[in-house]
Design a binder for this molecule. Structure first.
Ligand SMILES: [Zn+2]
Length: 420
C-alpha cells in the first residue's frame, strides 16, 4: 500500500475506534449463544440495515424447515436459523466470500462482569464472543465504513456470509449456504479463527462410538456373565496400537509457532482419543454393556474412506483375537481443509495481515475442524482463516473472553488493505 493511503487509513481507523467498539457492544448484547441459538433473527435484523447503508444487497435467509429437521435440529435448539447474506457487486472481475459465524458459546461460569455487556479495561474489550467471532464482524463493519467514507472501492465483488450454529454443528448455516449454492466467489476469507497465523489447513473430524456387549448377572457369581467393563479395558488397551500408528503420521502443513513451543510438534498430526466411557447399573450387577466414545481427527493427506477402513480393520482384529462382542459406529464431522502455501490468495492474505499487524504472520495448520472446510469442499475456493482474537490471551470459549482494541483496529486495516 502506498504511504499516503496508509497514513489516511491509519487516521481513519483511529477516528473509528469508538464506533467500532459501539458496534461490537451491540453485537455482544444480542445473546446468540447456542444452545439454544434463539436470537439469530434479532442479530440479522440488526445487521441488515447496517450492510444496506454500505451499499450491500441483503437477504435474511432461514434454513428451510425440512433441511433443518433432517440435518441440524435437536432438543436443545430453539427458534429459526436466520442467516445474513450481504452482497455487493462492484463490477470487479473477481469475487471474495467473507465468512464468519454469529453464534457464540454459552457464557459459562467465572466471569468478572456480566458477559453480554462489554467492559473496557486495559485496552481490551471483554464480553462473550468479542474474540470468537463478533470482533471480526465489528471490524468488518468498520472496514466497510472506512472504505465508504474514503471512497475506496473494493477490488473484488463481495459476498458476506454471517451464519448460524458453527459452535454446535454439525450442519451450520454456512453448510446450508454451500449446499444452496449461495457462496459464489473465487476466494474465501474465513474471519473465524485467531490472529496468530493464517490457517490454511485443518484436520477432518470423525466421531466414533464402540459398543462393547457383555452379559449381566449377580456380581457374586461373575463367571455366569460377561463383564463389559473388563472387555472394554481390553479394547482400550488394543486401541493403543491404532492410536500410535495414527499419531505417527504428520501433515506437510506446519503448526503455529505457539503450538510448536508447547508440543514440540512441527506439523499438524492426526489425533485419536477416547473421550467418553459409559457403563454400569449398580455395584452388585455385572455390567451388560459398555460404551466408549471418542474422536479421530485426520490430516488433509488422509481420506475419510481409508480412515474408516483402518478403524474397522482394527475392530475386526480385536473381535477375532479376544472374542469380544463389539460394534463400531462412526459419524463423520467436518472434512479437512487444505490450501497450498503458494496460492496467490494465500500470499495476498498473508501480506495484508503482516502489513496491518506489523509482524510477519505465518501460515499454519490447526488440528481442529472448521465448518468453512465443508463449504470450500463444495465451492473449491482457496481459503484462509484469520480472525481477530489472540490464541494466547483472548480466552475464547472461556470466562472473561476479551480482545485487544489494537487487534480490532489492526484487523480493520488488514481488511481494507486486502480488499482495496
Ligand atoms: Zn469461532
Amino acid at each position: 500500500m502506498e504511504e499516503r493511503k496508509k497514513a489516511a487509513l491509519a487516521k481513519s481507523v483511529e477516528r473509528k475506534e469508538n464506533e467500532l467498539i459501539g458496534w461490537l457492544t451491540e453485537l455482544v448484547r444480542i445473546p446468540t449463544f447456542v444452545p439454544p441459538g434463539e436470537n439469530y433473527g434479532k442479530i440479522v435484523d440488526w445487521l441488515f440495515p447496517v450492510f444496506e447503508g454500505f451499499g450491500f444487497q441483503c437477504e435474511r435467509i432461514e434454513m428451510p424447515e425440512d433441511v433443518y429437521a433432517a440435518k441440524q435440529k435437536n432438543d436443545e435448539l430453539i427458534g429459526e436459523r436466520s442467516n445474513l447474506l450481504a452482497t455487493k457487486d462492484t463490477g470487479a472481475a473477481e469475487s471474495v466470500v467473507i465468512y464468519t459465524h454469529l453464534d457464540v458459546v454459552p457464557a459459562g461460569e467465572g466471569w468478572s462482569a456480566p458477559p453480554f455487556e462489554t467492559v473496557i479495561e486495559d485496552d481490551r474489550v471483554y464480553g462473550r464472543g468479542v474474540a470468537d467471532s463478533k470482533g471480526s464482524v465489528a471490524s468488518l463493519l468498520a472496514a466497510l465504513s472506512v472504505m465508504h467514507e474514503q471512497n475506496w472501492a473494493s477490488k473484488y465483488n463481495l459476498t458476506v456470509a454471517l451464519t448460524t450454529d458453527e459452535e454446535i454443528g454439525p450442519y451450520s448455516g454456512l453448510c446450508y449456504f454451500a449446499d444452496a449454492g449461495l457462496l459464489r466467489g473465487d476466494y474465501c476469507l474465513c474471519m473465524d479463527g485467531d490472529n496468530e497465523g493464517i490457517a490454511i489447513a485443518t484436520n477432518g473430524v470423525l466421531n466414533w462410538e464402540i459398543k462393547v456387549q457383555g452379559k449381566s448377572c449377580h456380581s457374586s457369581i461373575p463367571f455366569m456373565g460377561i463383564n463389559a467393563i473388563e472387555s472394554a479395558k481390553i479394547v482400550m488397551h488394543e486401541l493403543e496400537s491404532l492410536k500410535k500408528t495414527v499419531e505417527r503420521r504428520e501433515s506437510k502443513a506446519p503448526c503455529s509457532p505457539h503450538m510448536t513451543d508447547i508440543s514440540g510438534q512441527e506439523h499438524i498430526k492426526p489425533v485419536f482419543n477416547v473421550t467418553m466411557i459409559n457403563a454400569g447399573v449398580k455395584e452388585n450387577i455385572i455390567p451388560p454393556s459398555c460404551t466408549l466414545r471418542g474422536d479421530r481427527r485426520y490430516i488433509p493427506e488422509e481420506d475419510v474412506e481409508t480412515v474408516l477402513k483402518e478403524f474397522e480393520a482394527a475392530i475386526e482384529a480385536i473381535k477375532t483375537k479376544h472374542g469380544i462382542d463389539l460394534e463400531l459406529f462412526c459419524k463423520p464431522g467436518y472434512p479437512p481443509m487444505f490450501t497450498e502455501q503458494d496460492n496467490e490468495w494465500v500470499i495476498k492474505v498473508q501480506d495484508a495481515a503482516s502489513d496491518a499487524f506489523g509482524v510477519a504472520k505465518t501460515l499454519t495448520g490447526v488440528q481442529g475442524g472448521l465448518d468453512v472446510a465443508y463449504a470450500v469442499q463444495k465451492t473449491k475456493q482457496p481459503v484462509c482463516a484469520f480472525g481477530v482474537g489472540s490464541f494466547m490471551d483472548s480466552n475464547a470459549h472461556g470466562a472473561d473472553e476479551n480482545v485487544r482494541i489494537q487487534d480490532l483496529k489492526d484487523y480493520v486495516r488488514f481488511l481494507v488493505g486486502l480488499l482495496t
